[in-house]
Design a protein around this ligand. Sequence first.
Ligand SMILES: [Zn+2]
Length: 146
Amino acid sequence: MNSTQITTHDITTAIGIKHAYKHFKFKHPELYEQIIQAQGGKFSEQLYCFIYGITNYPTCQQCPVKITKFRSFQRGYAFFCSNKCVAVNTAHQRKKKQTCQETYGVSTASQNEEVDEKRRQTLIDRYGTSNLAEIRWRREKNKQKD
Ligand SMILES: [Zn+2]
């Protein structure tokens, strides 16, 4: 068994990421020694980098200066360093619109009547009104009371 023989599929289905540490440490100690040489603070990250041959921390797709966080073995590294970078990335915004178009048939979810109605109903359930200005005004008023 070596890095080219283990696949993500093996780990997520046969071994299970939670058991991967023990599995490699006790059943494949030589491989384990190689895995822990890979970059990363956690075993799952090291395993991920080992399998995919990653030797450098990926950088943000928006600001190539900052490195991104490791999310999970299944999801890998984040594409962006922060929500700020996600919000200004035009390619990401385009993809988001496209996904929304495919899912709801409109470019933003609130343009979908069903979604908008659900949003309105949630506001009514929580605050007794769907008027955002009124909710904000009441919140401010309550703050002043304290
Ligand atoms: Zn960034």
